[in-house]
Design a protein around this ligand. Sequence first.
Ligand code: 8YV
Length: 305
Amino acid sequence: MIDILQLVPLRPEVQKELEARYRLHSKADFEKVAGIVRGCVTNGHSGPPPEMIDRMPKLEIIASASVGYDGIPVEYARTKGIPVCNTPEVLNDDVADLAIALMIMTARNLVTTDRYVRSGRWPKEGEYPLAKRASGKRVGILGMGRIGKQIGQRAEAMNNRVAYHSRTPVADVPYKHYADLVELAKNSDFLIVIIPSTPQTQKIVSKAVIEALGPTGILVNVARGAVVDEDALVEALKAGKLGGAGLDVFAHEPQVPKELFAMDNVVLQPHVGSATHETRRAMSQLVLDNLDAHFSGRPLLTEIK
Ligand code: 8YV
């Protein structure tokens, strides 16, 4: 049987299959098995770091249950001839759904209105203050990859005018491209962030971008916390320089800046973009399928190129 180092569990139904086909080892056994493992199952946040890769001379493949791979040294693995696979496509719909949900929830105050009903304030205090419309507005998207396109379609279906920023214009996209992110923010009511976290995109949503979005603008982040200047975001919200934020990701998960907890114009989620039974099952299956393909000599399904 082929030995696999498993750093994160897969969904139970796929985990059973994995167990049936491979000999699995947990991180706790790393010292004992580093010399024999030929595959590694992980996700975008769990490594393995270069030092661990160096200690696995027989490692042939890293299969990650995530589309993002900011926590995996892909380039380093490549120099050692080890391919890394991720799980693109299967989570597009869920992440795009959550982006739009956060846009609507933040604009329409849906968390605080829910709280208003549950706490019994409605009969006593009457109508809730009015909110902002989420349709017929200007939606800016930072990142126009697979998920960005799905967000664009949904935003358009709500009669929003969509525009985007990416390094270069994307060929098959009908939306206006802004070469400058501050310009996009200035011309957006909502800025939805769905760009990979790379050394080039750290804090790309800077103080200047946040302030360009302005006191009536709403920032939605379903990408990675690291691509937003979180301190600047908190400061702008505190000072009323940004209208609101819908956040699924944070710079130091699972820690969330405490200042945000008291803000009614902020909606917070515990990184659940892909967290449905259907999608997580599909992500797990793709991890297994990539391992099976590799160890039976077939081409990998979703290698990061
Ligand atoms: C998960 C994600 O949080 O795919 C990604 O990049 O951020 C999420 O789907 C994660 O990888 C857990 O498996």
